[in-house]
Design a protein around this ligand. Structure first.
Ligand code: PMT
Length: 402
């Protein structure tokens, strides 16, 4: 395999030499590309000696105009020859550049020209790792299907204790050499996401705090694992995962109709949308005027999409969500049974850092086999991956008993 090893500027840059050696020992060719900052931490000569190749350090490193011309397209040639691009350590700066498509040095330019698999092993100070900007950049990179090898916890060079240390070299090596998981290739997955908005009049509506992040993370994970994804979403402000087929809806009734329209095509259904339970009995055609001291609204129940799916699912795997403020597993099991689901992913809501709007979640899965599985707190993408892991395991178990 032809591996492009990007090295950016951090204390952990010296570990990239071990990584280059590990790739070489396993019989792969390694082309090292260093950022200017990386050269402050380790000499290109170290990598040249290990890989037997000239190390690329700049976009316009050559002196004659002919050399400048040929080096200005070198990133395209290197990109075309590489099978996998591994960046270790990947600094917060490199992640930001990749996420936003900035191309101001060889590595970032090469990244844009590269069409193969990308594996990023970040390393940085704990606060930088937890910064909202870094979290958002990582989300964008994950949504593109890149593999992120999360840093480990420990004492960092700056004296802080927390996550930020470059992951184990063997782990990065294994991730780079392992084919990406394509275990959902045979599936068409119907995912609902976001809130619904139930109008009261032409300018007002009833809704909830769902941002759509959980549902979009599920869609990104499923696309990356090879599934065809039909993503039915209420109004959200998120980028659609590349490859997912987005169906925009507004109300619970619209969501129900879209779900039923696509039901026949699907093999797995994941209902992570926060569907409003009630809508206005009468929607005013004109803006409601402020007249009375107190205004009462008459509300009717919306269609229970999950319950209807429970009746119509046939051999499909049906995964519902439960947003609860207490007795998580008890409520999950109750919904599992009453709505004839195969799995319910229950999350606590009404807290910071999990459930609605947050970048992370923590869920307990109640399965129709009676099992309960705790998925510890992690990014919504990491939780999504675990949900699909367990869904496939569950389907095998259900087929075995049929
Ligand atoms: O979007 P985020 O900000 O990332 O937040 C994620 C989330 C908290 C919204 C998500 O993780 C979640 O919990 N989604 C389900 C929210 C919900 O509506 O829960 P519920 O317990 O009220 O409903 C149970 C299930 O029935 C859900 O699968 C829901 O989609 C479904 N339902 C509910 C009402 C209805 N009329 N039709 C339905 O299908």
């Amino acid at each position: 395999m032809n591996i492009i090893l990007g090295v950016s500027g951090g204390i952990a840059a010296y570990k990239s030499a071990e990584l280059a050696r590990a790739f070489m020992e396993r019989g792969h060719a390694v082309q090292v590309v260093m950022t200017a900052a990386a050269e402050e931490f380790i000499q290109p000569l170290t990598f040249a000696a290990l890989t037997g190749r000239k190390v690329i350090t700049s976009l316009f490193g050559s002196r004659t105009s002919e050399e400048v011309l040929s080096s200005s397209v070198e990133h395209v040639r290197v990109a075309q020859e590489g099978d996998v691009l591994v960046v270790a350590p990947a600094t917060a700066n490199v992640l930001a550049k990749f996420a936003h498509g900035l191309a101001d040095d060889f590595l970032s330019t090469l990244y844009l020209a590269f069409e193969g698999r990308v594996v990023l092993a970040p390393a940085m100070n704990t606060n930088m790792w937890r910064h909202a900007a870094t979290i958002r950049n990582l989300e964008a990179l994950r949504a593109r299907g890149h593999t992120i090898i999360e840093p480990e916890e420990g004492m960092l060079a700056c004296g802080t204790i927390g996550p930020g240390r470059l992951a184990d070299v063997e782990k990065i090596c294994d991730a780079a050499l392992t084919a990406p998981l394509r275990d959902l290739e045979a599936e068409t997955i119907l995912i609902t996401a976001g809130p619904t908005q139930e109008p009261l009049d032409p300018v007002r509506y009833i809704s909830n705090r769902s941002s759509g992040k959980m549902g979009f993370a599920l869609a990104a994970a499923a696309v990356a694992r090879g599934a065809r994804v039909i993503l039915i979403s209420g109004p959200v402000h998120l980028d659609t995962p590349r490859g997912a087929e987005l169906v925009r809806v507004r109300t619970a009734v619209e969501m129900r109709d879209a779900v039923m329209k696509h039901l026949a095509e699907s093999t797995i259904i994941v209902k992570s949308a926060a569907v409003a339970d009630y809508h206005a009995a009468n929607v005013s055609g004109q803006k409601l005027k402020k007249k009375a001291e107190r205004l009462s609204l008459e509300l009717d129940p919306t269609p229970d999409i999950l319950a209807e799916l429970g009746q119509k699912k046939g051999g499909r795997l049906l995964i519902g969500f439960a947003a609860e403020t207490q007795r998580l597993l008890e409520e999950a099991r109750r919904k599992l049974k009453s709505k004839n689901c195969d799995m319910i992913a229950a999350n606590l809501v009404g807290q910071d850092n999990t459930g609605f709007e947050s970048d992370e979640n923590e869920v307990v899965l109640a399965l129709s086999t009676g099992e309960a599985i705790n998925i510890p707190r992690g990014s919504k993408r990491a939780v999504a991956e675990r949900i699909f892991d367990e869904a496939l395991r569950l389907r095998l178990a259900l087929h075995a008993v049929r």
